[in-house]
Design a protein around this ligand. Sequence first.
Ligand code: AN0
Ligand code: CP
Length: 320
Amino acid sequence: MHTFLHAADIGPLDLALSEAAAIKQDRYRYEALGRHKTALLIFFNNSLRTRLSTQKAARNLGLDVVVLDVNQGAWKLETERGVVMDGDKSEHLLEAVPVMAQYCDLIGVRTFAGLTDRDADYAENILSQFIRYSGRPVFSMESATAHPLQAFADLITIEEHKRKPRPKVVLTWAPHPRALPQAVPNSFAEWMRAADVDLVVTHPEGYELDPLFVGDARVEYDQRRAFEGADFVYAKNWSCPGVTNPADYGKVLSKDMDWTVDAAKMALTNDAAFMHCLPVRRNMIVTDDVIESPRSLVIPEAANREISATVVIKRMLESL
Ligand code: AN0
Ligand code: CP
């Protein structure tokens, strides 16, 4: 595997899931694979879980790890070609990427959507420069349009906790004060479509996700109706994807607190488990009692980030 951005990159999901289960039993079983090799993890944006779990995963595989926070201590990077660099950016990605590649064997990149230029974001402008100019395997640690390590961890978590072969999984939009990327819901929808689940997506009108990720998944604009019979409720905020109205791309169209996940709505479900990728704003996205309930899976999901990253990095090491 040379790039990791979409669900299809990892091949058959049943094989990936059984590999994840085996690695969870013995996470050091492949520790000889990464000997004398180096993973470079590059962060253009903040992170708690990805930063820690991906380092842990790389070490499980015997890799040395270098972490670079681009905005703290590195030169400010220009990412657009053709710009006259007379501003505050000292170096271009077109030099920085091949330079960084000299010191490592594989690269993870976190780079959020800018949320102003839909075409640049959906072309994965920054990640694709790493793919094109590094000559190394590159994996997304949440990039402009996708967060595949999170979606894979979420799928592992659903697999571990499902009570029926084909559970009903509801992806619900919930309110947030700031504009957030669509990467998490995009990948979650994409991975759930590839898996054997009954996916229903619910959000206010105008928040339709990009068909590249959501395909023809069922959309239900009435959140309470969507929750009926759900086995898993996956909450997330996202800004307007600009599918129905491109001019609204990246905007906050609603902060409607009637979309907050609370106990009354969870009571409509089939005793559903509650999921969120974290970080989460309590009492905006979800009430305290729901996230603290025994049916909340937010910590097991975070734990499975180490497992999904171990499987992905292992596959990349095998392809070197
Ligand atoms: C980010 C997002 O919504 O994409 C990261 C989530 C893993 N969340 C925030 O910026 C709060
Ligand atoms: N879920 C997730 O990716 O969290 P971080 O942004 O803290 O890495």
